[in-house]
Design a protein around this ligand. Structure first.
Ligand code: ZN
Length: 142
């Protein structure tokens, strides 16, 4: 494996996301507006519904699932890198319903914010760039 250059920590953000907006799109827009090109993302809160994916390794595509219910956002973990010359957020979520049953997956557009508190740590250095991977058909870091 090639040697990785370490990053330095840059700006640190802690903020509330706007109610009723799309969770993934808001994170991407925040990174774009603040020129965060590389970093890590963490969010806790609750959502009004959720759209998450599961990558089927045999079919090489995402199976999409919609949950039209209020859910606790136990954890969103993700990263920021560059795709098509623009910040892109790759995030996975763990969600719980009112019975505390947990579901999770790859966050897709179509998850509405109820109350979400976000933490973004910018990383300073050469930003990771995503490119289409022939084997997985995913957009991966080079
Ligand atoms: Zn993913």
């Amino acid at each position: 494996m090639a040697e990785e250059k370490p990053y330095l920590t840059g700006r640190t953000y802690l903020f509330r996301l706007p109610k009723g907006k799309d969770l993934l799109e808001e994170l991407i827009d925040f990174c774009h507006d603040n020129q965060v090109k590389c970093g890590i993302v963490s969010v806790v809160g609750s959502v009004s519904n959720a759209t998450i994916g599961y990558y089927d390794q045999a079919k090489k595509k995402f199976e999409k699932s919609l949950f039209d219910e209020e859910l606790e956002l136990l954890n969103l973990t993700g990263n920021v890198s560059i795709q098509d010359n623009r910040p892109m957020v790759h995030a996975h979520v763990t969600l719980a319903d009112k019975d505390h049953t947990v579901i999770g997956g790859h966050l897709l557009p179509g998850t509405k914010i109820y109350v979400c508190e976000a933490y973004i740590q910018e990383l300073v250095g050469e930003p990771k760039v995503r490119r289409s991977d022939k084997v997985t058909k995913l957009s991966l870091w080079a």
